[in-house]
Each structure stands twice: as C-alpha cells, then as structure tokens.
Write a protein that binds this ligand. Structure first.
Ligand code: 13P
Ligand code: SF4
Length: 303
C-alpha cells in the first residue's frame, strides 16, 4: 500500500475535480476495488448504477462491453475506459450479422443477449440479461422457446432451471470454461469441509459440483451470509482477494483463474485516464438507441 498510496490519492483528487465516478467490477484488483471505486458490483449492479449517476464522467473499471453499456445508458456523459483493449471472449464470439442470421433461421423466437456482448449485438436482440437475472429474463418473455446467446454454458445452466426451451450459441468465457468437475472433486477429497461456489459461466458439470452458483455479487453475498470456514470461489482470482478483508474468519482455497482482459485495468492506467480524459468509449447513436431498448427492458424488470 505505501507505494500505491500517492496514486490512489491522485485518482481520488482528480475524480472530484472532473466530477467523475468510478464504477468497478468485482474482478478488479483490491487496490482498485477498495482504494478508488465509488461503486463496485456485478454486471447488473453496474448497469443499474450507471443509470443513477449524476457525474459528468464515468470511468469504467471493467471490460469494454461494460463501458459500452454505461455509454448506451448515458449518451450525454463522457465514458472512459482505462484500457480500450480490455475485451471479453464472450463478446468477441458473436457479431450483429450472426444475430440477424439466427433471427432468419428461428423466426418468431425471442433473442436474449447476455450483457457480455457488443452494443451492435445488443441492438439486434430483444432483451439483455446478466448472470444474476437470466432465468427471470427468459421467463418474462412468455415464449415456449428462447434463444439465449452467446454463452453456451450460461444457457445450459439456465435451461436446467426453467421449462422454457433454450437455444444458444457456441460462445464461452475463457476464464470459467477452464474449470473442470474432476479438479473440484479432487479438492473436495483433500478438503472435505470446503464450500464450493461457482459462477454460471462454468460448464454445467462444474456447477453440479458446487454448493451454490450465482453472479459475482451473488457469490460474495453467499459467503457473507453463510460465513463458511473454507470456501473455493470458482471464478476470477480477485474475487477472493476483494472479499477476504470483509470476511476475516473465512479461509479462501484456490484454484482460481485470472481474466487477462480485466487485469489490463490498473491504478496507473486509471490515473492516466483521468489526467488525459482517455480512452473515450463512443457508440454510434442509432445503434445505442436500439441497444438501449434491450438494456432498459432488462433493468425495468422487477427484481
Ligand atoms: P457478473 O455479472 O456475474 O459480474 O459476471 C461478469 C463476468 O464477466 C463474469 O465473468
Ligand atoms: Fe469475459 Fe470471462 Fe473475462 Fe468475464 S471473466 S470479462 S466473461 S473473459
């Protein structure tokens, strides 16, 4: 902390001068999460907070699709991302042309897009969802069959919780698809009292091994409410680091996987973003208007 304290201080001073708010995803490193973020949360919470902010500038500490979502919801605000290259394997797995082709092949079937997609893709879909509300969103459509894209594993996990028939796409999160059911069984043998908590971007056979599955904030809430002695968070590594200081009695058992895209966001890049007002995230207004319909439909669903 002593080495980074001046950067944290400089960011917090500049934030006030610029009337900026820092929205940080749960996968940010602890110095961002605890040191400079104004709001932390999962994708759904960050999207909701983006609609409430009175700031002139939003600094999105997360990946590009999250910054685009903030811009879609705040066309008149300046949205900055500290590293424009912070992508996502799910967002990159599908294009707007792919969605148009899906519509042609499945006429009349509503299309739900996971929020982990580009604005172009959101603009072609009927409604967004996140891992926190995917079942609710699918069921809100009142259709017997729904396309839930682009995460094949989230779709498979949702399909097991609803009577709606789920069609999907072959996308996957490069962080969560790497966990295997076998490794979790091995950890349980070594640590029989460990509680295993998984993100629904993991394959269904991995989720089957877990005591609970939920969004990143759902996972954090579960740990705080259940206060297990030992827990394994089957997700990105910073989650355990961030929540550890708030749950002193809990022992966090690894493994975890790093998201190389999330890890592009660093304190020094956040400072540069505020000093130079870069990199600005822009979305074509016509695309943004159509994408906003999908995002707002999701946000307006009663939770
Ligand atoms: P959450 O919405 O659960 O925070 O997930 C976002 C994400 O990118 C997980 O990999
Ligand atoms: Fe995308 Fe996976 Fe990284 Fe989340 S963890 S941003 S889904 S690659």
């Amino acid at each position: 902390w002593p080495a980074i304290a001046p950067i944290v201080h400089a960011i917090n001073v500049l934030k006030k001068e610029r009337n900026a708010v820092i929205l940080a995803h749960n996968y940010m490193t602890p110095e961002i999460y605890h040191g400079v973020a104004d709001v932390v949360g999962d994708s759904l919470q960050l999207a909701r907070e983006a609609t409430k902010s009175e700031a002139d500038v939003i600094v999105q500490c997360g990946v590009h699709f999250m910054a685009e979502t903030s811009k879609i919801l705040n066309p008149d605000k300046t949205v900055l991302i500290p590293d424009i290259k912070a992508g996502c394997s799910l967002a990159e797995s599908i294009t707007a042309a792919d969605v148009r082709e899906l519509r042609r092949k499945h006429p009349g079937v509503p299309i739900v897009t996971y929020v982990n997609t580009s604005a172009d893709v959101k603009a072609e879909c009927d409604i967004c969802c996140t891992s926190a509300n995917a079942v609710q969103v699918v069921e809100s459509l009142g259709a017997p069959r729904v396309l839930l894209i682009p995460d094949q594993y989230l779709a498979a996990n949702v399909a097991r919780q609803t009577d709606v028939e789920i069609l999907t796409w072959a996308g996957a999160c490069e962080v969560h698809e790497r966990f295997t059911a076998e490794e979790l069984r091995e950890y349980r043998e070594i640590e029989p009292d460990v509680k295993i908590i998984a993100h629904p971007e993991c394959p269904p056979e991995v989720v089957d091994e877990a005591d609970f599955a939920g969004s990143t904030s759902g996972m954090i809430d579960w740990v705080k409410q259940n206060n297990p002695k030992k827990v394994m968070l089957v997700t990105e590594c910073s989650m355990a680091d961030n929540v550890a200081s708030e749950t002193p009695g809990v022992d966090y058992v690894r493994p975890c996987n790093l998201c190389p895209h999330m890890k592009r966001i660093t304190l020094s890049k956040i400072l540069d973003a505020l000093v130079e007002m870069k990199d600005e995230v822009l979305v074509d207004p016509e695309i943004a208007a159509r994408a906003r319909v999908s995002v707002e439909r999701m946000i307006n669903l009663k939770s």
